[in-house]
Design a protein around this ligand. Structure first.
Ligand code: SF4
Length: 348
């Protein structure tokens, strides 16, 4: 574990010092996971959200103008079949925060489990909910949950999301308590964010005891209050990613599409900085164009692109690390990694 001064130094490393940081992050990834990258397939189930984040084009104030959609359980299952056919055993169901899509999700989860004979990680990213709702989703078969804290700066969180950080952390604790594998995440270069606040973000991932953490550089998206703010610094985001790897080696850390959006080649550099997860988009064309996470011209990750990127990085794809019987709640994640090889064959 690193101390605050070391984290600060790593966040600001450039040139040879940055290369050394990345090399050490790759070494630590190799030690804990082997030369592997975990592959997920995402289905974006709805673009409707009750929250009003200043950085997001799907914010509540835009909802009326956006072309709204909710996927049905049948639609979700059709996409899940495509993910299975691609040899992927992690299905990420992601959408805006609204109770209106819950019944379709609740219906879809057992059907997806049946499709895979139970050998599937169902990962949700659906925002804050009441504990009973998380409990119900878990009982239906959800395995893991992404609930990014975005920023650990209480005032900045409230200014950007118009919500309470305490509520967010309460949800995270509920999820951990219910046995979910939990992912958090931070946005780097948010307007008004300090370097110390990113140090806090990295420490929070450790103190919360989460299993996954992402770093996304800020993207000034169109039709948002922050559209004229400067674009996020990819070097800072990559350094934060590498620092997370050193601070908490067993974390799953994705190389996110925002890295590519802010700088061409960004996702490849994410892998070079120690990331070990990639997500392929399986949302249908029409809905994908309506899912305005970074605006209409976001970077859409396809399977062929991931295959090439992972191969060029000298790595290979693997399936979920959360499906092994050894990974009981509280056990180190690396306990689920037996030989570093995927249980599924990947269709190219
Ligand atoms: S970032 Fe998420 S919670 Fe915030 S407005 Fe967008 S979809 Fe809603």
């Amino acid at each position: 574990m690193l101390n605050r001064s070391e984290i600060r130094t790593y966040l600001t490393a450039r040139g040879p010092a940055q290369e050394e940081l990345f090399a050490e992050a790759r070494r630590v990834r190799e030690e804990h996971f082997g030369p592997t990258v975990i592959l997920r397939g995402v289905i974006e189930v709805s673009n409707v959200c009750r929250v009003n984040c200043d950085y997001c084009p799907m914010r509540r104030d835009n909802t009326r103008e956006n072309d709204r959609y909710f996927m049905s359980s049948d639609d979700i299952l059709e996409r899940a079949r495509e993910i299975r056919a691609a040899g992927i055993d992690i299905i990420l169901l992601q959408g805006g925060e609204t109770p209106r899509n819950l019944s379709a999700i609740e219906d879809a989860i057992p059907r997806i489990r049946a499709l895979y004979d139970g050998r599937v990680e169902i990962l949700l990213n659906l925002g804050n909910m009441r504990r009973e709702q998380y409990e119900r989703l878990r009982a239906l078969g959800a395995t893991s949950y992404i609930l990014k804290h975005e920023t650990s700066d209480v005032r900045l969180f409230e200014a950007m999301r118009h919500e309470s950080l305490d509520d967010r952390l309460r949800c995270m604790r509920d999820l951990l308590d219910l046995g979910y594998r939990v992912g958090t995440g931070l946005i780097s270069s948010l307007p008004g964010q300090t370097l110390d606040s990113i140090v806090d973000d990295i420490e929070l991932a450790e103190t919360m005891g989460v299993h996954m953490c992402s770093v996304s550089p800020f993207v000034p998206a169109p039709n948002t209050p922050l559209q004229l703010s400067p674009i996020g610094d990819n070097e800072l985001a990559l350094n934060a990613l590498a620092t997370l790897r050193l601070h908490r080696p067993q974390l799953l850390v994705p190389s996110v599409s925002a890295l590519e959006k802010t700088s061409s080649g960004g996702q490849s550099r994410g892998l070079a900085a120690g990331a070990n997860v990639m997500t392929v988009n399986f949302t249908g064309d029409t809905d994908r164009q309506r899912y305005l996470i970074y605006g209409k011209d976001r970077f859409v990750v396809k399977k062929q692109y991931v295959d090439g990127l992972v191969r060029a990085s000298g790595l290979r794809l693997r399936g979920s690390v959360f499906l092994s019987p050894e990974t009981e709640p509280g056990a180190p994640i690396s306990a689920g990694i037996t030989d570093g090889r995927s249980r599924l064959r990947y269709a190219s």
